[in-house]
Each structure stands twice: as C-alpha cells, then as structure tokens.
Design a protein around this ligand. Structure first.
Ligand code: CU
Ligand code: ZN
Length: 186
C-alpha cells in the first residue's frame, strides 16, 4: 500500500477516535418537595462512548419515611411549569421516555423503556449519591434524552415484574417527588 494513503487512513482513524474522546455532557438541576422536606440536587450525564452513558446522581433532602429504593426514570417531555406544585409540574413530563414502544422494565432488562433507570438508593442521611452507566439511553442522535425530564418517585419501582397493568407501564413507583429537565452542559 502507498505509504501516503496509509498515513491519510490512519489520521482519519485518529480524528474519528478523538471525536468520541470529547465527552458530551448533560445536566439536570433537581427540585422538589415532599410534605415539609425540600428536595434538591443535580444529575450529571456524560457520554463516555457511542453506547455508554454515565449518570451521576446527587440529591439530598429525602424524608426518612421514604426509600431506601426510589423509582428513577427519564420521562418524555421537557416542559415544566415552575408555578405548579411538584406533583403537577413533574407530571407534565408525561410518561416514561419510550420511543420504541416497549413495556416497562429495569435498567438491566432486555426489554425496557429507554428512560428506565430502575431504582436509586437513599442513604440514612436522606441523600442519594450514586453513579451508574447505561448502554441504552444516550445524549447522541435522534433519540437523545437531552431536553427531556429526569424524575424521582415516591415509591420503589417494581421493575415491571408484577402482574398488574401499571407494573408494565410505570413500575408502580407512585407520584413524582422531584424532577429536572436535562439540559446541554457542554
Ligand atoms: Cu418516572
Ligand atoms: Zn418505564
């Protein structure tokens, strides 16, 4: 092979590799309340590769009577009216983000909504501090979750394992207690 052709091919490889090394990031500022408790925090999204999204959750103010597992999903819409109360505001995010019309599941399920992250764990001090990765949801391409809403729920997600209809729809995780729209960070 011509050495110049080889160099050109190699440099294309390096350039296209470099593009994946520039992380695309999203950030959702989380706000909510439950009875008297004010819930706040943020969720950071970092695209580590074409099919690898890192999600870092830091939320505090979860009242002690909730948890330790709480349902956590990306919902379809990203328009929240700040003048509404948390339940109504976060409910305007609509159903779980599900562009391929699957049934509800866990983050590890073969069939699941794209927005299904299962449950997050509340620590004894009422905080959620957790980092995990997902190979289905993405910040890239036509099915990006940017501009949609991440929602924390009052109850544990049953992960679609119960026989009732709602289990396959939303995991029976109850009303939202906090949420935030996922914006472009960089
Ligand atoms: Cu949800
Ligand atoms: Zn779901």
């Amino acid at each position: 092979m011509n050495i110049f052709l080889l160099i050109i091919l190699l440099s294309f490889f390096v350039i296209s590799n470099c593009q994946y090394k520039i992380p695309r990031r999203g950030l959702a500022v989380i706000n909510g309340n439950y009875n008297e408790s004010k819930i706040s925090g943020h969720v950071m999204f970092k695209q580590l590769g074409p099919f690898l999204l890192q999600i870092s959750v830091k939320i505090h103010g979860i009242p002690p009577n909730l948890g330790p597992k709480l349902g956590f999903h990306v919902h379809k819409n990203g328009i929240l009216n700040p003048s509404e109360n948390v339940t109504q505001r976060c409910q305007s995010a609509g159903p779980h983000y599900n562009p391929f019309h699957y049934l509800h599941g866990n983050i590890t399920s073969r069939c699941r909504h794209m927005g299904d992250y299962g449950n997050v764990i509340v620590n004894k001090n009422g905080t959620i501090s957790q980092t995990f990765t997902d190979r289905i949801s993405t910040l890239l391409g036509p099915f990006s979750i940017l501009g949609r809403t991440i929602v924390l729920h009052e109850k544990e997600d049953d992960l679609g394992l119960n026989p009732d209809k709602n289990s396959k729809l939303n995991g029976n995780s109850g009303p939202p207690i906090a949420c935030g729209v996922i914006g472009v960070w960089s």
